[in-house]
Design a protein around this ligand. Structure first.
Ligand code: NAP
Length: 308
C-alpha cells in the first residue's frame, strides 16, 4: 500500500453528477478537492442515451457528454480526479481515510456520491446469460440487437427510455411490466404507444429465462389470470430499479431501504461525512436533484472545515 499525500480538504467518492457538482463547488471555494471514480465519469447518467429533463439543454443532451462536461468544469477550477476502485474506508474519526487501488488518501471531510446500481430479476441463469442476451444497459448493448426481437422488463423511466431507444434499432420491443400502469413519465408512455414495433405485456412477471448458451426467450406469467406464455427474443433489458452502492459504508447509518440516511443538508450520522445523489434517501432521484445535493454538500463541508 502506498501513502498518498494528505493535502486534500475533501475527498469525493463517486464521479457522477452529484460528485462532480460537489467537486465544482468545493474547488471554487478553494478547497483541495479529490474525486475518486471507479471507471468513467457520469455514474448511471453516463450511459443514458438522451436526457431531456435537465434544464439548460433545450434539445436534450446525451448522458455521456453531460457527465464529461461536468468533470471538465470541476477540473477547470482545480478539482483532481483519480480513477480507481475504493475498497476500504474509515470515516468515523477526525481524519477520514479512503483506500483506492492500494493507495490511501486522507482528508478531514468526505462526500459519498456512489450512486446506485441496476437491480437484478433474481432468476436462475440470470448471471450465466449476462452478456449473452441479458443486459442491464440498453444504450451500452442495444446495438448488438439491431433488427432482432427484444424485451424490456420494468415500468419506470429507465424501462420507458430503454424501450424508446431500442424501438429505433430492433425489430420489436415487448415491454413487460408487473402492473397495468407504468410509473414512467406520461410523455415517454405516449411516445411508446405510437410505436408500431412496441408491444406491452401488462400485469406480467418474468418467471424464466429461456436458452442455454444464449437467450432465446422469456416465460412470463400474468399475475391476474395466472396465464403463462413464452416471448421469443434474443435480448432482454432489465430495468427494474436500482440498489444503492453502500456496501463499504458500514459506519454510516442507512435507512431500511439501504440508502444513506441524510436530509436535505446531506449530513450523515458521522461528522464530516456527507451523502449526495442517488445513494441518499430522497423522494426524487434525478440529475437535477443530484447536482443540487452536490452544491449543498460543498457548503456543508466548508462550514464543517471552519470548525475543525
Ligand atoms: P424505478 O423508477 O424505481 O422503476 C423501477 C420499475 O421496475 C418499476 O416500474 C417497478 O414496478 C419495476 N420493478 C421493481 N422491481 C421489480 C421486480 N422485481 N420485477 C419486475 N418489476 C420490478 O427505477 P428506474 O426506472 O431505473 O428509475 C430510477 C430513477 O431514475 C427514477 O427516479 C427515474 O425517474 C430516473 N430516471 C429518469 C430518466 C429520465 O427522466 N430521462 C431516465 C431514467 C431514469 P412498480 O412500478 O410496480 O413498482
Amino acid at each position: 500500500m502506498t501513502e498518498q499525500n494528505r493535502n486534500y480538504d475533501v475527498i469525493i467518492i463517486g464521479g457522477g453528477p452529484a460528485g462532480y457538482t460537489a467537486a465544482l463547488y468545493c474547488a471554487r471555494a478553494a478547497l483541495r478537492t479529490l474525486v475518486l471514480e471507479k471507471f468513467a465519469p457520469g455514474g448511471q447518467i453516463g450511459i443514458v442515451d438522451h436526457v431531456d429533463n435537465y434544464p439548460g439543454f433545450s434539445e436534450g443532451i446525451d448522458g455521456y457528454t453531460l457527465a464529461a462536461e461536468m468533470q471538465k468544469q470541476a477540473e477547470r477550477f482545480g478539482a483532481q480526479t483519480m480513477f480507481g476502485e475504493v475498497t476500504e474506508v474509515s470515516l468515523a474519526g477526525e481524519e477520514k481515510s479512503v483506500l483506492a487501488d492500494g493507495i490511501r488518501y486522507t482528508a478531514p471531510a468526505v462526500i459519498l456520491a456512489t450512486g446506485a446500481s441496476p437491480r437484478e430479476l433474481g432468476l436462475p441463469k440470470e448471471h450465466a446469460l449476462r452478456g449473452r442476451g441479458v443486459s442491464y444497459c440498453a444504450t451500452c448493448d442495444g446495438a448488438f440487437f439491431r433488427d432482432k426481437d427484444v424485451a424490456v422488463v420494468g415500468g419506470g423511466n429507465t424501462a420507458a427510455t430503454d424501450a424508446v431507444f431500442l424501438s429505433k434499432l430492433c425489430r420489436s420491443v415487448t415491454l413487460i411490466h408487473r402492473r397495468d400502469k407504468m410509473r414512467a413519465s406520461a410523455n415517454y408512455y405516449d411516445l411508446l404507444t405510437k410505436k408500431e414495433n412496441v408491444h406491452f405485456a401488462w400485469d406480467s412477471v418474468t418467471t424464466e429465462l429461456l436458452g442455454d448458451q444464449k437467450l432465446s426467450g422469456l416465460r412470463i406469467r400474468n399475475v391476474k389470470t395466472g396465464e403463462e406464455k413464452e416471448i421469443p427474443c434474443e435480448g432482454v433489458f432489465v430495468a427494474v430499479g436500482n440498489n444503492p452502492n453502500t456496501s463499504l459504508f458500514s459506519e454510516v447509518k442507512l435507512t431500511e431501504n439501504g440508502y444513506i440516511e441524510a436530509g436535505e443538508d446531506t449530513k450523515t450520522n458521522l461528522p464530516g461525512v456527507f451523502a449526495v445523489g442517488d445513494v441518499r434517501e430522497k423522494p426524487l432521484r434525478q440529475v437535477v436533484t443530484a447536482v443540487s445535493d452536490g452544491a449543498v454538500a460543498s457548503h456543508m463541508v466548508e462550514e464543517y472545515l471552519e470548525k475543525v
